[in-house]
Design a protein around this ligand. Sequence first.
Ligand code: DAH
Length: 336
Amino acid sequence: MLDRIDEVLEEINLFTANSNNEVEDFRLRFVGKKSVINELFEEFKSVPMEQKRELGPALNKLKNQAQQKLIELSDGLISKSNKREAEIDVTLPPIHNAEGSIHPISQTKNRIIEIFERQGFNVEDGPEIDNDWNNFTALNFPENHPAREMQDTYFIEKDPDVLLRTHTSNVQIRLMNKKKPPIRSIMPGRVFRNEAISARAHCFFHQVEGLCIGEHISFKDLKNTLYYFSREMFGKETKIRLRPSYFPFTEPSAEIDISCFICGGSGCKICKKTGWVEIAGSGMVDPNVLENCGIDSTKYSGFAFGMGIERITMLKYELDDLRLFSENDLRFLKQF
Ligand code: DAH
């Protein structure tokens, strides 16, 4: 039995542990209830009396050694992990989280919303995928009328009645169908056109639609609303000019120009030497459109307008390439 005790002692001395699991293995093998040492104590009960005197102290010593070693092994692990922590240099400067910024299109959109909200407009939303009625027919685009060609449309192949909206004017129709006057809303959103991508055109861009319907709403209200907007957006000296135009859904229609805020009207690259830049289409809502939405056109009238958010942003920041907005180039985006 003495030999057996020596063997176990040697095993204990040689044992090393690199993980909690290995320390636990040691405990089970030498310290726990079913350990080899406890087995030896069981055997000890039946050895003759003369041998007990010698074996007893040896066995007790073995037991103490095992307990001592268990403490050493777990302490060793703790100091190892402390050492790893000490290897981390807490004095190094931190790596900053890369903070995102609000996209310039969203910034302009938010600013437009803010200005119109101050004039009592609320914000409405509508779908990007719509039908022919909401995008064209109800807006007084006659069937097969060349006006539909003004906007190259993406149709859904399976059902030509379904399309990607070419303008946010579809929300006018949806709004007037669900809500009766007075209406004073703006409708920002994304629109799609089948155009070759270039510095001046893209297959998708953003618009803000405006609609104001009530009793006694006149052209004067349209002019005043957009004059206020232009001065807030481009500066107090800004003047506006209305140019006769054509849209199927408004009569009369007008293009809104603002005096060039770069050169103050004397002529530069941005305004192509005219002193004026176009910012929106507008007009008095055609009575046919009101009637298409179940609104009595003899009682109610109203104005509408639509502007491109990319265009407003490009003017404001003097940008000359529409593609910058959708290329996700951080060198560009970080400047806003
Ligand atoms: N829907 C027109 C377009 O995309 C913009 C527009 C012009 C909207 C006149 C209007 C408006 O509401 O009255 O070109």
